[in-house]
Design a protein around this ligand. Sequence first.
Ligand code: AMP
Ligand code: GLY
Length: 428
Amino acid sequence: MRILVIGSGGREHALVWKIAQSRLVDKIFCAPGNGGIAKIAECLDIRVEDTAKLLEFARKEKIDLTVVGPEAPLALGIVDEFKNYGLKIFGPTRKAASLEASKVFAKELMAKYKVPTAAFKICEDMREAYNYIDEIGAPCVVKADGLAAGKGVVVAKSNDEAKKAVSTMMHDKIFGDAGNKVIIEECLFGQEASILVITDSKEVIALASSQDHKSVFDYDEGPNTGGMGAYSPAPIVTSVLFKDILEKIVYRTIDGLAKEGIDYHGVLYAGVMITRDGPKTLEFNVRFGDPETEAILPRLKSDLVEIMLAVSEGRLSGVRTLRWDSRACVCVVCASGGYPGNYEKGKEIFGLEEAAKLPDIVVFHAGTQLKDNKIVTSGGRVLGVTGLGNTVKEAIDKTYQAVEKVSFEGMHFRRDIGQKALKTTGIL
Ligand code: AMP
Ligand code: GLY
């Protein structure tokens, strides 16, 4: 089979790495890819939003299956376009992608189908938003309706901070039309977990649980990022809790969508807060998480291509269960100096081979580029150093030993990835 993967991050490197292990696959292309992906796939100079060029390429090159990494092409309707031409593609349609592309859509669906989530109000103008902030009081959460590259959520500690967030979204339009409507919601407390499932709307197969680390600094301090590290499994998600999340959040959402006439195909990612009142939905993503995927896929023993193919052909019921490596996996993101704010690019990365030589370690590339035979930085999140261990503690230790081998000017990373798992299991 000939596979096309769309995207250029650590998630896509993990996908390409896993896809390359499939006995079904002869050749992988990646658009646009990165410095690490270039070693196992042919990278194409096509932007992820350029649906027309991607379609042209897939038709010309007789691609058997296309796998979409990021949300932007899904929200633009790449799946609908490919399906119109009879091409197989893994991911939800434009309408189904509204679950991530419009938080208003997601919240209304959750309310209608009784999916547990934070109490909220959809606000169409600033006055309405300010009034609701005064009514519920801080802490509260302000969310832009549309896609905002992971930056559209502000957890406000004071009413003033919440109102300022509303004003930057609705008045200053920092996210453009994505801020035409905002959601003000109740602040939830607890530990977060990421639950990803693969579905063809009829059948749902859960992937292993995981946990992201969104804040830039240790102990969840500082601004939110795309994710500074992850581990899998998340011990906070006991088997009883996992079942509860699937029943109350995942199945209700997929069934709700079906009742609205929307068949969901692909990965559905539920960001969940484990509160004292049970699990509540923070958000939905319509794709694999990043960096969760880097921590999940090294544990997956089954052939991912077989599963994705089954979804794109609507026959997931034929795929029984997935086989998992029982070991724990930890991914530590190494980021550019200044990230998630401004940062410089083009810094040479050292020590990649030494790190990769260590047992049970794989270094996924995110923002990297191959330039004059050297790997240089080209993004905010640069590498996802990933390790497997018999226990979370062992996985953490092995991964950080590998992190010590890599370096580039300005590199920073969190030193506490996985600590919550140790606390949950009583080791800390
Ligand atoms: P989202 O993009 O919706 O996942 O939000 C990004 C992050 O903001 C989440 O991972 C949480 O850390 C935080 N967040 C979102 N909604 C809430 C909420 N209702 N209460 C507390 N934290 C939240
Ligand atoms: N790790 C969070 C996300 O993929 O959106």
